[in-house]
Design a protein around this ligand. Structure first.
Ligand SMILES: [Zn+2]
Length: 177
């Protein structure tokens, strides 16, 4: 009997006979690292992506609950930060560092107002609302979702800059207490 079952543990996805019976069907294991349950709940890896994770019921529920924090949008947020750090002449640049520094009363700078307007939000929108609006819009125009779509790419860039302005403003407010 030369065939080793060990090799089945290697690579990705992981397949393995489940149960002790020789006749037991090969079952795909949950994609969650370290989980040994059968992965029989498919979940899309990204919005509109044909690629799927296969999770056990528990981890599928966990994944779905954390949808917004998973890959695609974490990436979008990282890109927003990168865009924010790189921008030099986007008009938002100054405000990120100086724009609202003089307004000690918590009112919004002109650039914050522009950014809020882009998201269709009011001046008193809290940061959670901003975050939700940004995520909803970024999801629609993200380059991964709309590859090769230049208008979508521009919109994504604009949303990213606007979000960065509002995020940085929020951070400043927190520091100020
Ligand atoms: Zn699992």
């Amino acid at each position: 009997m030369a065939r080793s079952t060990r090799s089945l543990d290697w690579g990705f996805p992981r397949w393995r006979g489940y149960g002790s019976s020789r006749e037991a069907a090969k079952v795909r294991l949950c994609d969650r690292h370290g989980c040994e349950e059968p992965g029989n709940c498919p979940a899309p890896k990204a919005p509109n992506s044909p690629e799927r994770w296969y999770f056990c019921q528990r981890h599928a529920a966990e994944y779905n609950a954390k949808w917004d924090y998973f890959e695609g949008l974490d990436k979008a947020e990282a890109e927003a930060r990168a865009a924010g750090e790189q921008r030099t002449n986007a008009g938002y640049a100054q405000s990120a560092h100086y724009g609202w520094a003089s307004s000690g009363d918590g009112s919004r700078s002109a650039d914050e107002m522009r950014a809020l307007e882009l998201f269709g939000l009011e001046a008193d929108a809290d940061f959670d609302t901003v975050k939700k609006a940004w995520r909803a819009r970024a999801k629609e125009v993200h380059p991964d979702v709309r590859p090769g779509d230049e208008a979508a790419a521009k919109a994504f860039q604009a949303y990213s800059l606007a979000y960065e302005v509002l995020r940085a403003a929020e951070e400043r407010r927190e520091w100020r207490g």
